[in-house]
Design a protein around this ligand. Structure first.
Ligand SMILES: *Cc1c(COP(=O)(O)O)cnc(C)c1O
Length: 373
């Protein structure tokens, strides 16, 4: 039987094991924050931002960040309908309402024109999610935000390694957030990062993230406000330190994998893959294929074909507005239509070309079959 091909799996070397072991053995007492500070410093340097706070997840970083900029009951936050739920749930927890707009046909990220049309007096933020490593049109989104006085937040959970005209994803908005979940390019098992260049926002976030205890507060155990507890542990940060030292290697490998798929698949008629417009670098978190409607290829037939070959393939994100918690918005036509004819391809770092060839074969076979029938 053919070996199973996983869709993602972290790249863990002796360096990660060495740092994690050291943190577990020695990272206590006065050393209990050492790896956390080191990870935050290294992340700031990598991203080119002034401030970073390690968190327990990207969801937590988004929750705190949106609380810190004052998003609350009755407010509206504009985001793409195509998304993971993690971007929407903190909005709901804050009593605000996510407003879902449709996506662009090439990047599958939110459509700036529809964003501007969706702005109301209640709009308090726009969240740009760089889907699968594909970049949002940040120039247009930042201009819209500036014109209407609305902050643009970057959920860069999927976009470490992506660069927009010289600026790294996550470094351009009011604040940015990252995920280090086990499926992401850089992992700490679970974990996240909040980044910003705004000194006041950073100071407020430090207080919020420490159960509302301000840095300058001299009274012990004295919170000045209700805060949050979404911290990263020193042991997780130790793994993060090793991963960020290897970040160029980690993203280079992801890009190689996407590029090999592109060389063999993007040349075929009837499908599109992750774009990389001039002036940008795609961090290539998740290679994705979208079949054109006329091929008649469905997500179900793709999954069946992959399962038969022991290959994990992941469905394209369902439109959030189709979930039971939200109101259907089928007018977001691309967001509603794409998942039925799209698939995420396996892309773990240690994947070899023969494994990629197995994936490519499944794709070409199904495409041949459908074009002939
Ligand atoms: C993975 C992901 C998250 C959630 O990250 P966690 O660290 O699991 O909270 C949020 N947003 C996007 C776009 C993601 O892909």
């Amino acid at each position: 039987m053919k070996s199973r091909i996983f869709y993602t799996k972290p790249s863990i070397t002796e360096l990660e094991v060495h740092y994690a072991t050291d943190a577990a053995a020695n990272g206590w007492g006065e050393k209990c924050y050492e790896y956390i500070s080191r990870f935050e410093e290294a992340f700031k340097t990598h991203l080119g931002v002034n401030y970073a706070i390690a968190t327990s997840s990207c969801t937590g970083a988004l929750h705190m960040g949106m609380a810190a900029i004052g998003i609350g009951p009755g407010d509206e936050v504009i985001m793409a309908d195509t998304n993971w739920i993690a971007t929407a749930s903190p909005i709901v927890h804050l009593g605000a309402n996510p407003v879902f707009v449709d996506i662009l046909p090439d990047s599958w990220c939110l459509d700036p024109e529809l964003v501007e049309q969706a702005i109301t007096p209640r709009t308090k933020a726009i969240i740009a999610v760089h889907l699968y490593g594909n970049l949002c049109e940040m120039g247009k989104l930042l201009a819209i935000g500036e014109k209407h006085g609305i902050p643009v937040i970057e959920d860069a959970a999927e976009a470490i390694g992506s660069i927009y005209h010289g600026k790294r994803a996550g470094s351009m908005g009011k604040f940015g957030t990252f995920s280090f979940h086990g499926t992401k390019t850089l992992t700490t098992g679970e974990g996240g990062m909040f980044v910003t260049n705004d000194p006041e926002l950073y100071e407020h976030m430090l207080t919020l993230s420490n159960h509302g205890r301000a840095r300058g507060q001299t009274k012990q155990f004295w919170p000045d406000m209700i805060g949050f507890k979404y911290k990263m542990s020193n042991i997780q940060a130790a793994i993060g330190c090793a991963q960020i030292e290897r970040i160029d290697e980690l993203t280079r490998r992801k890009r190689e994998i996407l590029s090999y798929y592109r060389d063999h698949l993007a040349i075929l008629p009837g499908l599109s893959m992750n774009p990389e417009p001039a002036g940008t670098v795609n961090g290539a978190w998740m290679p994705t294929v979208v079949f054109h409607p006329e091929t008649g290829i469905t997500c179900e037939s793709l999954q069946a074909a992959f399962t038969a070959e022991h290959i994990d393939a992941r469905v394209f994100f369902h439109p959030l507005s189709s979930l039971p918690m939200f109101e259907d918005q089928p007018q977001n036509r691309l967001a509603w239509n794409l998942p039925g004819r799209a698939i995420n391809l396996p892309s773990f770092h240690e994947m070899d070309f023969s494994q990629q060839d197995r994936v490519i074969n499944v794709m070409t076979k199904i495409l041949d079959g459908n074009l002939q029938s």
